[in-house]
Design a protein. Structure first.
Length: 454
């Protein structure tokens, strides 16, 4: 007897009276035709039809007779090639379901998240919650949480106010000079007024908090510049990366997340709207980004780990990468887990194309030039005819002109491959020297002087 299968019913199955077979069930049933089925509970026999190898129709009466509903199961056993046994099993007969998270456990999980969460976000983050649980009533019992601006967050405790009478106030202690003027600047950030319409430059750079994150801030800025972006510094831990692509540009609002810190999503989205940025992204350590997956998806922001950015920097040395290549990652997935894997696969495909090109040139280098050869002469076990033909067509055009097409499936190797590559190298270097040098002049205004930077 063949293996038994458990088929979980969906609404589509119940409405249409049919089963859509999975890949593992295809060998159990014939490609088409009729089959005989025995109802295991009622001991009755009926006939079903197999259509297009993927569907079994005629089960409406069987579903109605057993009062089956969504998520109920049908156990299928095979007697022989055309005879089967169907047994209906309702959810109430399958034992107790796993209970969801209790309110105290849920409160602990929210505290670990560290960021304000709406009730809809909580249900998305924790799908195992008990169905019908009143989140507002349950979470209100925990004095560590408060409901503010439509979100549950860690309660902020205010110090008790102490009434001080005027006659009891002592004279202020004299302020002693600090040892270093730089240390004083870190402890007390200064505030400078700016003209209307001017971006607040580097707000908070003099604070001790930003000084701790200055390394990550500079690291993100340098990486973005290496990838071809123009970067504006907005304030502590936040950058605005501009991708200038000619007829179509985009910008990304970058928040550099300090290690082990919390993230206020509402403030991040507000600042992103104020900056008119196309995308929003969060740069940070892989461990800190793990808890931000669901909130980032709701905020339409992407996560970029330092390991993913370092991987891009390494690959830039192998394959040229521009802001055009990274835009799809600002749209979705970022450079974190799935996004990092997708980026590596894209670059891997490009490197593989180079490998095919190099393999064809190596095959041609083993031939005596000039000579006539067939397409199959350049094909080996690792290369297909289509791949080789595409490379030969490229080599027949400018600036290579290494081969020429003679007839159907015939080509002529005009010169030695080594000599041809040397000529192409000289041509490329000569062209590089004669190319126009594009530069952009930017004016930087200061209090008493103006400098021009090219």
């Amino acid at each position: 007897m063949a293996d038994d299968y458990k088929y979980t019913l969906t609404r589509i199955c119940l409405r249409s009276g049919q089963l859509s077979l999975t890949q593992s069930m295809l060998t159990m049933f014939p490609k088409d035709g009729s089959i005989n089925v025995v109802d295991a509970e009622k001991n009755t026999e009926f006939e079903l039809q197999v259509e297009n190898r993927r569907r079994i129709t005629g089960l409406s009466k069987f579903f109605q007779a057993h009062h089956l509903d969504v998520n109920d199961e049908v156990h299928i056993s095979q007697i022989d090639d055309a005879n089967y046994v169907f047994a209906a099993l309702k959810r109430s007969q399958r034992g107790p379901e796993k209970k969801g998270s209790s309110a105290p456990q849920l409160a602990e999980k929210i505290l670990l998240q560290g960021s304000p969460l709406a009730e809809s976000e909580i249900r998305t983050l924790f799908p195992d919650l008990t169905k019908g649980l009143d989140l507002h009533a349950e979470l209100s019992r925990d004095n560590r949480l408060e409901f503010k601006s439509g979100r549950w967050q860690i309660k902020s405790y205010q110090p008790a106010q102490v009434e001080v009478f005027q006659e009891e106030v002592a004279a202020p202690e004299p302020v002693l000079p600090v040892e270093s003027a730089y240390q004083e600047d870190l402890e007390t950030p200064s505030v400078t007024s700016y003209r209307t319409g001017q971006k607040t430059p580097k707000a908070g750079l003099a604070s001790a908090t930003h000084f701790e994150n200055l390394e990550g801030h500079n690291r993100a800025r340098d990486l973005l510049k290496d990838f071809g972006y123009r970067v504006d510094v907005l304030d502590s831990g936040q950058l605005l990366a501009h991708a200038e692509l000619g007829r179509r540009n985009y910008s990304a609002y970058i928040h550099v997340l300090p290690e082990g810190s919390q993230l206020d999503w509402s403030t991040l989205l507000t600042r992103r709207r104020d900056s008119n940025a196309t995308y929003a992204a969060v740069f940070g350590d892989h461990r800190d980004l793990l808890r931000l997956g669901a909130p980032a998806g709701m905020a339409r922001a992407t996560l970029w780990s330092w390991s993913g950015l370092a991987r891009v920097k390494d690959l830039v040395q192998v394959v040229p990468i521009s802001p055009y290549d990274l835009e799809t990652h600002f749209e979705k997935d970022g450079l974190f887990e799935q996004g990092k894997e997708r980026f590596e696969k894209t670059i891997g495909d490009r490197v593989a194309e180079r490998g095919v090109f190099s393999s064809v040139l190596s095959r041609l280098a083993s031939m005596r030039a000039p000579c006539i050869f067939m397409l199959d002469d350049a094909v080996d076990d690792q290369l297909s005819r289509e791949q080789v033909l595409k490379v030969l067509e490229n080599l027949s055009g400018a600036p290579f002109h290494i081969v020429a097409k003679v007839g159907n499936g015939e080509f002529c190797l005009r010169y030695k491959v080594s000599d041809s590559l040397e000529h192409i190298s000289k041509y490329a270097l000569s062209l590089r020297e004669r190319l126009p040098n594009r530069h952009t002049e930017r004016l930087h205004a200061y209090s008493e002087e103006v400098s021009v930077e090219s």
